[in-house]
Structure formats: structure tokens, C-alpha cells
Design a protein around this ligand. Structure first.
Ligand code: IMP
Ligand code: MG
Length: 173
């Protein structure tokens, strides 16, 4: 039912911004031992594009946390479904997320990873909905700040669907 989706960010807009973020991250982490941690599932296209725009020999790995049930509203409970498969001790960690909404997911993931004594921990998100924040979490790299709209595409889903749209659009239920 793609007629429920109105375009917000085009493929070209996303690609241009992802290149800029990759260049900035490349400069900021030059000479450092970097591990990029992607939060599954929503991050998959952003992670693939962003990491290919980072011109460093970094480690790449994934975690999965979940705070959403079926619909468009958070349950507030964050569960770690898949943990890292490598040590991050003394490494520079960049956590990559598709969207920061209430902040609850990243708050939990950040505290969990900080306990493992990385050299540093920063967060990069494609989209940020600052007006929805329930808990403050420092976000260091932001692709696009957006209004409080439920969006799908480029990894973001509604009820498991629309992740494979190449653009980001607003979902109208
Ligand atoms: P938070 O814990 O509330 O910050 O939510 C983070 C997660 O909620 C994201 O990784 C997404 O999976 C999901 N989410 C939040 N807003 C949206 C949206 O507008 N569309 C699709 N998923 C969303
Ligand atoms: Mg997600």
C-alpha cells in the first residue's frame, strides 16, 4: 500500500548526506582504532552506505535491540536481542542507528557499551526526532533532523514492511 507513503527524503538527498557523514567520520577517526556498531534491523541500508563512505580500516559489527511492538508507538521497554560478537575494550566505538526517537534504545545500548570500557563512544543516526525525546542521549552525527512524523523506508519499517524502499517517506495510517 505504497499510496500511504508521501516522500520526505529522496535517494539523492540521502546519498549526498551519507557521503558527507562518511567524510566527517573519516577525518575524525583518522589514526584511531575504530569499531562501527550497527543496530539491526533498521540500520542495514544506512550502515552499508555509510561504512563504504568511511575511508578507514575499521571493524564492523552489529547489535540488535528492540523497543517497538507491532505499531507506531514505543512500548518503552528495551530488550537486547543480539549482543556484540567482539570486544570493544580500548577501541573507539561509533554506534550507528536509523532513527533516534524517545532515546530509550540508545540510552540502554550506550550504558551497556560504556560498561565495557571503550576508548570512546559516539553515536551516529540517519534521522533524529528531537521533539519525541524521553531521555537525553548525546548524538554526535545526525543525517537529518525531522519533525514528529512516522517515517518508513531506507531501513525503517511499519509492522515489518517498507524497509526496502530506497527513499524515506511519511507513513499515513
Ligand atoms: P527510541 O528508542 O524511541 O529512540 O526508538 C528507536 C527505534 O524506534 C528506532 O531504531 C526505530 O526502530 C523505531 N522508530 C522510531 N521512530 C520511527 C519511525 O518514525 N519509523 C520507523 N521506526 C521508528
Ligand atoms: Mg531501529
Amino acid at each position: 500500500m505504497r499510496d500511504r507513503i508521501s516522500p520526505m527524503l529522496t535517494e539523492a538527498q540521502i546519498a549526498a548526506r551519507v557521503k558527507e557523514l562518511g567524510a566527517q567520520i573519516t577525518r575524525d577517526y583518522a589514526g584511531k582504532d575504530l569499531v562501527v556498531v550497527g543496530l539491526l534491523n533498521g540500520v542495514y541500508p544506512f550502515f552499508a552506505d555509510l561504512t563504504r563512505a568511511i575511508e578507514l580500516d575499521c571493524g564492523l559489527t552489529f547489535m540488535q535491540a528492540s523497543s517497538y511492538g507491532g505499531g507506531t508507538d514505543s512500548t518503552g521497554e528495551v530488550v537486547i536481542k543480539k549482543d556484540l560478537d567482539c570486544s570493544i575494550q580500548s577501541k573507539h566505538v561509533l554506534v550507528v542507528e536509523d532513527i533516534v526517537d524517545t532515546g530509550l534504545t540508545l540510552h540502554k545500548v550506550r550504558n551497556l557499551l560504556l560498561d565495557r570500557e571503550p576508548a570512546s563512544l559516539k553515536i551516529c543516526t540517519l534521522l533524529d526526532k528531537p521533539s519525541r525525546r524521553k531521555v537525553q542521549v548525546p548524538v554526535d552525527y545526525i543525517g537529518f533532523p525531522i519533525e514528529d512524523k512516522f517515517v518508513v523506508g531506507y531501513g525503517l519499517d511499519f509492522d515489518g514492511k517498507y524497509r526496502n524502499l530506497p527513499f524515506v517517506g511519511v507513513y499515513h495510517p
